[in-house]
Write a protein that binds this ligand. Structure first.
Ligand code: FES
Length: 120
């Protein structure tokens, strides 16, 4: 993975993530790694660390499966916390009211670029 001069890493192409789908990626910085995912929510891309606000563990028991059964939320597989796709805010479950860590992204020429989050 190549890092650009402004610290952005290409993590996906827009055309490989259809609405309602996700793609996982790894961010690397100073010898540290963070697992994250990018989500296409109604044509807009959002990215979050793959780390639940309840217990800091990954949320997908099944690889790259982050959506609730009805597709309306991001769901943590461990205790079922539900997060809003567009903001990462928890609206049901143990970490109610807390927010997933946002991974800053930009879309340039069909490529999704991600930056290490400030509070990563
Ligand atoms: S670890 Fe995610 S809801 Fe408990």
């Amino acid at each position: 993975m190549l890092e650009s001069a402004d610290g952005l890493l290409p993590v996906a192409r827009t055309d490989e993530i259809q609405p309602g789908h996700t793609k996982k990626f790894i961010l690397q910085c100073g010898g540290r790694e963070l697992e994250a995912f990018v989500l296409n929510h109604e044509g807009t891309f959002h990215a979050y660390l793959n780390r639940c606000c309840h217990i800091p563990m990954t949320m997908d028991w099944v690889e790259n499966q982050f959506r609730s059964e009805d597709g309306a939320h991001i769901q943590c597989a461990t205790h079922g916390a539900l997060y809003l796709p567009a903001t990462g805010e928890c609206v049901a479950g143990p970490p109610l009211g807390q927010c997933l860590t946002v991974v800053p992204i930009e879309v340039r020429d069909g490529t999704i670029l991600a930056r290490w989050p400030a509070d990563g």
